[in-house]
Design a binder for this molecule. Structure first.
Ligand code: ATP
Length: 218
């Protein structure tokens, strides 16, 4: 049964930390495609972020020619905010009851997993792969830490043998890059080169995103 893997994020903008993580996950799971799922950004996140269409355009440029990465824009096509549980439920309906479904999440995002809507339903819908991120650790004995421990798969291969319910912690090589750092560099006229793909940076400049000034050097 083919495995379906999703990796959600705001990707505002996407950077090499996201791309390396997605490829590492793909390889560790047996070269399966990883579907990047850009999420809806609530209006209160500020005005410097890119629009949904612009974030999608940057994602398309970044993954061009990479056979193991896909984009799933379902959350952008829905009205308003999307909850991960809803997205997983929709995917489960499409894939059927038996297909292994995997959700990938960084430690910083997983640390507040118990505040996600319907978080207790999520292990019944998908496996969760938690990827270590520089500078973030789970609070010992917190609900997310307990979930990670109690449902831990013995090996990553075990995820392919059942549809959902397992967790696995992955510790790939770390890239200490954040979208916040990328936006700050761009808005202050500093270089963000080598943090994001050149094609993405050129498009950011062309569209004047994140306060980028087209006459400034990157
Ligand atoms: P921001 O700085 O705007 O909060 P971000 O860089 O954290 O953005 P997101 O789109 O919020 O990017 O991240 C999506 C997912 O990718 C999250 O699960 C996050 O933990 C993970 N992630 C982002 N950057 C890295 C990185 N450098 N290494 C490992 N995981 C990462």
């Amino acid at each position: 049964m083919p495995m379906h893997v999703i990796y959600g994020g705001t990707f505002d903008p996407l950077h090499h930390g996201h791309l390396r993580l997605a490829l590492e996950v793909s390889e560790r799971l047996g070269n399966v495609p990883v579907n990047l799922v850009p999420c809806h950004i609530p209006p209160h996140r500020g005005e410097t972020g890119a629009t949904a269409a612009q974030r999608l355009r940057l994602l398309e440029l970044a993954i061009a020619g990479e056979p193991h990465l896909n984009i799933d824009d379902r959350e952008l096509r829905r009205e308003g905010a999307s909850y991960t549980a809803d997205t997983l439920r929709q995917l489960r309906n499409e894939l059927g009851e038996d297909a292994p479904l995997v959700m990938v999440v960084g430690t910083d995002a997983f640390a507040s997993f118990d505040r996600w809507r319907e978080w207790q339903q999520i292990p019944g819908l998908a496996h969760i792969v938690v990827v270590r991120r520089p500078g973030t650790v789970l609070t010992p004995k917190s609900e997310p830490a307990k979930l990670l421990e109690n449902r831990a798969a013995k090996s990553i291969e075990a995820l392919g043998r059942q549809a959902s319910g397992l967790t696995f912690e992955l510790d790939p090589p770390w890239l200490d890059i954040s979208a916040t750092g990328v936006r700050e560099r761009i808005s202050s006229g500093r270089s963000a080169r080598y943090l994001v793909p050149d094609t993405v940076l050129a498009e950011i400049k062309k569209m004047g995103l994140y306060g980028a000034c087209p006459v400034k050097n990157f």
